[in-house]
Ligand binder design. Sequence first.
Ligand code: PRP
Ligand code: MN
Ligand code: MG
Length: 178
Amino acid sequence: TVECNGETFHVYITQEELQERVSELGEELSRHYEGRNPIFIGVLNGAYIFLSDLMRHVEISCEVDFLKLSSYGDEKVSSGEVTDLKDIDADIEDRNVILVEDIVDTGLSMKYIVEKLQKKKPASIETITLLHKTEATRHDVQLDYVGFRIPALFVLGYGLDYAQEGRNLAQIYILDGE
Ligand code: PRP
Ligand code: MN
Ligand code: MG
């Protein structure tokens, strides 16, 4: 178990399970995007660990860029509002975009980002998320690749934070008692 912000968490998805699934997803993307020079767009901060591990299993030419927004602040539940903190720098017109999230919870962030990126006229947009809280998703989002479907539990580690802490944990944890 680990402590984070005064609460105790235990392992939910191990490092081995993560690495196996992430490598599968990277290989799948490599097959689908061969010859299409995709641009991966990571959603900061949460997606940075997943994206960097994922891209090391992508063996075709590709690019990467980032945007940043916030819907959770320091709380355990979504605020229901999205705040733009940083836009992408790359020109994605006529490009094949792969949008990368660590988790889709209510779906608000993913829906907001896809609509925002569509306005930049990419050739295509597909989405990938490491985790999908299926029962919590209330917004209509298109998820093309999902690492793990999980119940509506608060998760921590591998990029996911609790009040900004715990992103560095190598495994995915849930709160004790859940
Ligand atoms: C988290 C997570 C997703 C989003 C999912 O980000 O990384 O981006 O919330 O929630 P939703 O489906 O309900 O929109 P957060 O706003 O906590 O920012 P962070 O990535 O910097 O932690
Ligand atoms: Mn995020
Ligand atoms: Mg967060």
